[in-house]
Every structure is written in structure tokens, then in C-alpha cells.
Design a binder for this molecule. Sequence first.
Ligand code: SF4
Length: 412
Amino acid sequence: MDLLDTLTAKGLRGEVPTREEALAVLATTDDELLDVVAAAGKVRRRWFGRRVKLNYLVNLKSGLCPEDCSYCSQRLGSKAEILKYTWLKPDQAADAARAGVAGGAKRVCLVASGRGPTDRDIDRVTDTMAAIKDADPEVEICVCLGLLSDNQAERLKAAGADAYNHNLNTSESTYGTITKTHTYADRVDTVQKAHGAGLSACSGLIAGMGESDEDLVDVVFALRELGSDSVPVNFLIPFEGTPLAKEWNLTPQRCLRILAMVRFVNPDTEVRIAGGREVHLRTMQPLGLHIANSIFLGDYLTSEGQAGQADLDMIKDAGFEVEGAGEATLPRHRADIAAASSCGTTASGCGTAASACGSGGGCGPCGGHAHDAPEDAPAAPETTEAPDDDELRSDLVKVRRRGAGTELAPNA
Ligand code: SF4
């Protein structure tokens, strides 16, 4: 049985592949790409049908961050010409959220830049959540405020938050090269705090920061072990004015392989295409829907996405449907695990300092290709390489100038 048959069979059973199998997905060639997407698609449809969950970002506080995450346009010393503003008022945030929900989003993601919230910040977010849930009690709310201190997760849960986002971003071994002001262990701790308080854990990664295949596999397995219910896969948006501005390492094909690897390792977990979808997948976005079951609608934290209507048209044209407010996202057995953990019966945790979702975002040979070629076979075509310098696509990076923090209507 070849690699893809094995991965499909495991995924249909909800089993996690080996690390070598995950690495082999990243080493497949362009000629094998559609087979990889088809195999991941079978696993996706087994657990999530043809549903696409829409999430809507509201940037409550933009820029002015004291942390130094290299990928982030909001970082200390960033020269990126992003919107900078302090906390939105609850009614301003609720207006933005309402636009996203009207556009089809079932989850609103409330994000604020910064190392972590003060207790006063928790009060602000509590008021904001109340304003949003007053207008629409069914909307899911995910909060992303950075590193949590003791009891802050419990306060957010009591105030009505459904989930907490805190991305691991990259492997433990390379974390120190992208951020100096906090550690990988700090991030794991916050994910565990959120999960321990009964919040659904949303924790993902950023690809395209110069990491190896091994790094990607490491972080994806770590997320699985932490029990993340939702895994946002960011593709680095190399903002001018940030240290990673020249890191254009991704191709649409590479992005699809990464998504497929994430899906195989997390067969029954929400896999979300997050920041960088339009910039890196480009016209291949619909193929990504065959692998991931979740996307952001409209704009990101500091960058603009394609028009919300274009997202909806893409979903429909590709033969998928927007997940309704009354539909469960996770398969029943995963929802049961989440419910049990919120009662304190599991020890796993999952959850992001301010998410990279569009504020910045996020090889080694790995043990072989999907098929062994006979010795006399023609050489396999090369896998698409990273773009040359003259192919850098900074023209595709559009700083957000509408929605939260502006006088202009949100994109939804
Ligand atoms: S990712 Fe979050 S913590 Fe890091 S610099 Fe950006 S806003 Fe600050």
C-alpha cells in the first residue's frame, strides 16, 4: 500500500500518521499534488462533509506591541504602515462583528495586540462579548489576547467566551529565532491554561518563515498532542518593514502540501486556512477547501483579504457550503472530548499571543517520495521551488484600510 493509501486509511479511521509519513507528504512532487489533495479530501469529507466554517476577525487593538515576533506587522519596531489604534469600544467591536455574522461567519475572533491582557483588558473584552452576544446569542466567540495569567482564562470562560486562540507558530527548536521576548514554553502554558479553563483551544502555525520540513512536522504534532480543536494554518505575509519582509518561500503547491500534511495529522480537527491565503495560494484557493474545513471571511488583522462575497462565491463554485450556526463543527467524538476536558477530566490543553492571522501571517528530505521510482524511469519532475527574487509578490500584500479602527465599512 503506498503512502497516500495508508494516509487515507488512517485518516478515515481518525488515526494519526507517523512522523515519517507526514514528512513524506511534504516531499511529494508537483506531479503527485492532485493525488495528495484528493487523498486529504477524502479524510476531510469523512469528518466534515462539504461544510466550510467561516470565522471573522475583529482587531480590537492594533499595533503598538512591545513584543518582537519577527513575522508580525504589529511588533516592536515594525515599520509596516499598518493601522494603529487602541482598544475599540464594545459597540464599535460589536458593529464589526455583526457585519461578519451577516456575511455568514459563525465564529467571531476578538484579537488584541500585546504580550498579554491586564485584568482591566479582560473587563473590556467581557463588555465587548456581552455586546456581541446581546445582538446574536448563537455566535461563537474566540478570544486572542496573548499570554494569559492565572485565572484570566476562567474569567473569559465565565464571561461567555467559547474559545481561546494562541498559536505555537513554529517548532520548539526554532522558536527562539523568531521571537526573543517570550518563549515557546510560554505559549504552551497559555494554551494549557485556556484548555484547562474549559475554553476550546485554537492553536496553529505560520509556514514560510524559513523553517524546515522537520520544523513544520514538529509543530503540527505538538498541536495534536496539545489537543487543539482548531488549527489555523497561516502562510507568512512578508510585510515590508518587518524582519521577514524578504521571506517569500512559499508556492501555491507548497501551501497545498502543508495543508494536506496538517490534515493527515489532524484528521478530525478543524483545519483553517488563515492569513496569507490570497497571497500564497492565489488561484489555487479552491483546492485548499478540499483539505481545510474552515477559513476567515473577508479581511485579516492588518491586511486585506479578497472581498467577502468572493469568499462566498468561491465556496459555492467549488461545491462546498457554508456551515450554519446550528451545525456542530467537530465530529461528535471530538466534541465529547472537548466537553470532558472542560470538566477537567483530561489534562491536555491547546490555544496564541496575538494571533498571526494576517498580521504576518504563519527542507529537508524526509524519507522518501510517495512512490518509489524504478531505476530506469525518467527523473521525476522537480517540485516547484520557492520564487526567485524577481518573483517576490509584495504587490499582493495590501495593508488593511477599512473596517475596525476606520470610518469605512468592514469587508464581509
Ligand atoms: S504576534 Fe502578537 S505578541 Fe507578537 S508582536 Fe504581534 S501582536 Fe505582539
